[in-house]
Design a protein around this ligand. Structure first.
Ligand code: SF4
Length: 253
């Protein structure tokens, strides 16, 4: 039994949509160090008591036990899970030692010291991250802080590459995302991406209302819900840089 005291919003025993081509047991944790204006999990990110509470470890592990033969990964997402890295480490140790489960971590990659500890201890087998560019528009923080955290993001990617971990790189597309903008940032991390053992790039439209309730509805009404033509244009440009790409398209009713 794990003695982790994690604050989260719950879990789903079987999910087909959280990691590409994988079945996951997905756990949502609370808290985040970014403030992305398009975030639709902003209540989790902000530790809102309406959604967030201590997770019941006993029930969580019972559900893991019941699902373990049916899943590829236990996927931890949020919020930003590494905000609670000490308690998260306790849970992941239990999952590895007592259940032999493969772990996937969805992280914004900016908390590099906690990330390094979790990776060095071999507690994670797969990572997923958003490639949010430009950071001063997407992180919801001051330009200065966003630039500093972008440096951390680049370090985080390099760390993942150093350890040869598979990565799902999700690129959120806003109306202002252009092939030129994306290409500029992808070239900055090209070396890390080329060293990964496995890379899946997913083009994700930023969805606003009515599909989601974003943190900043005004920001999203200007910048979310890009056209499918824009998604195709971006996907083509990423392919031209030599990457394989998947596109998520949504039909908005
Ligand atoms: S989108 Fe992710 S990184 Fe950004 S505020 Fe929400 S939970 Fe945090």
């Amino acid at each position: 039994m794990s003695d982790a005291r994690l604050i989260g919003a719950g879990w789903k025993s079987i999910s087909l949509i959280d990691v590409v081509d994988s079945v996951t047991f997905t756990v949502w944790l609370c808290g985040c160090n970014l403030s992305c204006p398009f975030c639709h999990n902003w209540k989790l990110a902000g530790n809102n008591p309406e959604r967030c509470d201590f997770l019941d470890n006993r029930r969580l592990l019972e559900d893991v036990e019941a699902s373990r033969g049916l899943i590829d990964f236990l996927h931890v997402t949020g919020g930003e899970p590494l905000v609670q890295y000490i308690e998260l480490g306790k849970l992941l140790r239990t999952l590895k030692e007592s259940y032999g489960i493969e772990v996937s971590l969805n992280t914004n990659l900016t908390l590099t010291s906690p990330l390094s500890r979790i990776i060095e201890e071999d507690l994670v087998d797969h990572l997923a991250t958003d490639f949010k560019v430009p950071p001063d528009k997407m992180f919801g923080l001051s330009s200065l802080l966003a630039q500093k955290l972008w440096q951390k993001y680049e370090e985080g990617l390099s760390l993942v590459a150093d350890h040869q971990l598979p990565l799902e790189l999700r690129i959120p597309i806003a109306k202002f995302t252009t092939p030129e903008l994306l290409g500029e940032y992808l070239r900055r991390v090209e070396r890390s991406l080329s060293r990964l053992s496995k890379l899946v790039i997913v083009i994700n439209p930023l969805l606003g209302e009515p599909a989601t309730t974003p943190r900043d509805r005004e920001w999203c009404s200007s910048h979310c819900n890009p056209s499918n033509d824009r998604l195709d244009e971006i996907a083509e440009s990423v392919k031209k840089l030599g990457f394989e790409v998947k596109i998520k398209k949504w039909v908005l009713g």
